[in-house]
Design a protein around this ligand. Structure first.
Ligand code: ASP
Length: 449
């Protein structure tokens, strides 16, 4: 589906375009980015990441900068690692044939590192320097996010203050480059988001610019309907809602930083995931809600994760014992373990958790449950995999669950647990880890092929 339909009705649409590290790894990619940005008048605000890997064994500039921080007390080592950072930028500048002297910037950055400007400051310089180069190449204004993207005293992102300050600044510049990944604390020190955080900056800028669309340019053509390591050449998802995406990302399908969804979702702005290496491809569009963008498919995507355990509790007449569930869950809460699912029957209750989370506490969990609810039987089973089958198309389609179970049965997959969210666009099944791949193949073939 061509994403143009999303902005056709808008008179003077503004696009915010974010480019990931692999899209800005070398001069050749900078040229591709330049031609994408200049291809459309509306691509007015550009958010770059730091240069990523050029080949598999290469270093991301951000990783080199974290290394600089680690060795900042050892001048010889700092020199050595920082020289590799400088080399990356100089290769880009040279490859682009630009007249740009960053030597003062390099000196300032290195001095600040030596004077303990901090880990976040060091890491942020990757985006900062890339932003300077890109702004010059495009002839756009350079807007340092340290001035307008703000964190509160407790380190949390201050969405409203940022939206106001950034909005004001953007209204003064028709075209600007705003480096991703960082902002500043109330006292002015630089603070970064978590890794991959340029996606968040793009979303924040889109909201502040009141953009018609947030284009997120990366090195894949959007979200796949299934994990390509499991399904050969899966279809690309054309349109997905924020809620569907949340479900799929939670299960491990990642292209976009999770926190990048919130600012644009708040403002009802769609995100279009695009491929810098294949700009003709429409990619995936993430929309606030569908309705008008309906789907012919019943399911939108499949994602799964291994490494779960289920604590099975059985007790006669459990259903009439007031507070039973609460007492069981309290045991987990006190140990700081959050649960994933609670499949239950009349006299049985299961608590599905991450195996990793319960590892140090197995005996305490068993003892705690025995003490609080005196079950007739209590076991922990490991080796459970969860598979989420997500699709807004399921809500109005009868027989989805039947099809799903039939597909699994025919593939000789035993379903150990079922959980359908009340919103009806998500069915999660639990299977043995040994059936993880077979189950996903069977489901994909049944619904998609
Ligand atoms: N450069 C940062 C990182 O590698 C942020 C980003 O690329 O989004 O995590």
């Amino acid at each position: 589906m061509n994403p143009k339909f999303l902005i056709e009705h808008i008179a003077d649409p503004v696009k915010v375009v974010k480019f990931g590290g692999s899209s800005l790894a070398d001069a050749e990619h900078f040229r591709m980015v330049q031609s994408i940005v200049t291809a459309e008048e509306s691509r007015r605000y550009v958010v770059p990441s730091a240069p990523g890997k050029r080949f598999k064994e290469d270093d991301k500039v951000t990783d080199l900068l974290y290394q600089c921080y680690e060795v900042s007390d050892d001048p010889a080592k700092l020199d050595e690692v920082f020289a590799r950072v400088i080399e990356r930028y100089e290769l880009i500048i040279e490859g682009l044939g630009m007249e740009l002297d960053l030597s003062e910037e390099y000196t300032k950055i290195k001095n600040s590192m030596e004077n303990h400007a901090g880990r976040d400051y060091a890491a942020s310089r990757g985006e900062y320097l890339n932003g300077i180069i890109l702004a010059k190449l495009l002839g756009y204004h350079f807007l340092d996010p340290a001035r307008v993207i703000r964190f509160a005293e407790d380190g949390s992102f201050d969405a409203e203050l940022t939206n106001q300050m950034l909005g004001e600044k953007l209204s003064q510049h028709k075209r600007a480059v705003i480096p991703g990944f960082y902002g500043s604390m109330p006292n002015g020190t630089v603070k970064t988001f978590s890794r991959g955080g340029s996606d968040i900056t793009g979303s924040i800028v889109a909201r502040a610019a009141n953009a018609a669309i947030y284009e997120n340019w990366t090195d894949v053509s959007g979200f796949m309907m299934a994990d390509p390591r499991i399904i050969d050449d899966p279809h690309t998802i054309e349109i997905i809602t924020y809620r569907e995406l949340r479900e799929l990302s939670y299960m491990g399908a990642t292209v976009l930083h999770e926190d990048a969804i919130f600012p644009v979702r708040l403002a009802g702005i769609p995100i279009n995931i695009r491929n810098t290496n294949d700009p003709a491809c429409d990619g995936t569009v993430i929309v606030p809600s569908t309705g008008i963008y309906d789907t012919k498919r019943i399911i939108t995507g499949i994602a799964g994760k291994t490494g779960f355990s289920v604590i099975n509790i059985e007790k006669d007449m459990m259903n009439s014992e007031l507070g039973f569930g609460r007492r069981v869950l309290e045991v987990f809460e006190k140990l700081g373990i959050s649960f994933e699912h609670l499949p239950s029957g009349v006299d049985t209750m299961g608590v599905v958790v991450n195996t990793r989370d319960i590892e140090p506490f197995r005996q305490r969990i068993l003892d705690g449950i025995r003490a609080s609810v005196s079950p007739d039987s209590l076991t922990i089973e490991d080796g459970l995999a969860l598979i989420a089958v997500v699709g807004r198309g399921m809500v109005r389609t009868k027989g989805t669950a039947a099809k799903l179970f039939k597909a699994c049965a025919e593939a000789d997959v035993n379903i150990r647990m079922i959980d359908q969210g009340s919103s009806e666009f998500n069915i999660i099944i639990g299977v043995e880890e040994g059936d993880f791949i077979a189950a996903q193949k069977a489901i994909y073939n049944e619904f998609v092929k």
